[in-house]
Design a protein around this ligand. Structure first.
Ligand SMILES: Cc1cc2nc3c(=O)[nH]c(=O)nc-3n(C[C@H](O)[C@H](O)[C@H](O)COP(=O)(O)O)c2cc1C
Length: 202
């Protein structure tokens, strides 16, 4: 049994859903899990009780959300001392093209550079197109982007591209896997989970 901390930031709920899935998976396997929203960090926390930490953030306009960048910068020394993993959630990955992965890995590289944190593992996760939650302008912009990419444009419904089995494997792999040597960056291909499904491009 390990004590696990999962920190996330989320605007429309998909990254939070991934964080909750990781938490549920690890709890069923007997691990002790604490979930934290980076936008509302607690005043005090016994950091030393955690052996494993997951940090997750979605991409907005080519950047990870500010609360996660702030959290990681503030707690970098702690993150470097434990087994840590970063999960990135976005739509470029949903296209399952090399370009989408390369583009996202570049963002992860910039994030690592900006924060100085070198997670042991990085997971690239396809997010969701939540048309029902966007305001008129965002819905219009997202539908235009989706149309150009040959993706889903019916704004009367939402689309989820997340591969939940891959999320489960990632959760267990990090929490229960053999000691992971610090990968640094660039992340070697073996440390990034292989693609297993081919959902429609957004
Ligand atoms: C306004 C807006 C901007 C976005 N920008 C990007 C982007 O630059 N690259 C990308 O791959 N996905 C982008 N996305 C897709 C989100 O990363 C994706 O929907 C993710 O699931 C959102 O996670 P959340 O629900 O936890 O906030 C954008 C989405 C919105 C609504």
């Amino acid at each position: 049994m390990v004590n696990v901390l999962i920190v996330h930031a989320s605007r429309y709920g998909q990254t939070e859903k991934v964080a909750q899935r990781i938490a549920a998976m690890l709890r069923t396997r007997g691990h002790d899990v604490l979930l934290l929203d980076a936008a509302h960090p607690p005043r005090a926390l016994e950091w030393q009780r955690f052996q494993v930490v997951f940090v997750g953030a979605p991409v907005y306009a080519g950047n990870y959300l500010p609360p996660i960048v702030r959290f990681v910068r503030e707690h970098r020394d702690f993150l470097q001392r434990v087994r840590s993993a970063f999960f990135s959630v976005n739509l470029a990955i949903a296209s399952h093209t090399n370009d989408g992965r390369a583009e996202t890995l570049e963002l992860v590289g910039k994030f690592i550079e900006r924060t100085g944190w070198h997670p042991d593992r990085v997971e690239l996760i396809a997010g969701a197109l939540n048309y029902s939650r966007y305001n008129f302008l965002i819905r219009f912009v997202m539908r235009s982007i989706a149309r150009k990419a040959g993706g889903d444009t019916d704004t009367s419904r939402d689309y989820e591209y997340t591969d939940w089995s891959a999320v489960d494997r990632f959760a267990v792999g990090v929490a229960e896997g053999p000691e992971i040597a610090s990968a640094g960056f660039p992340v070697p291909p073996a440390q990034v989970a292989p693609q297993t499904t081919t959902p429609r491009a957004p």
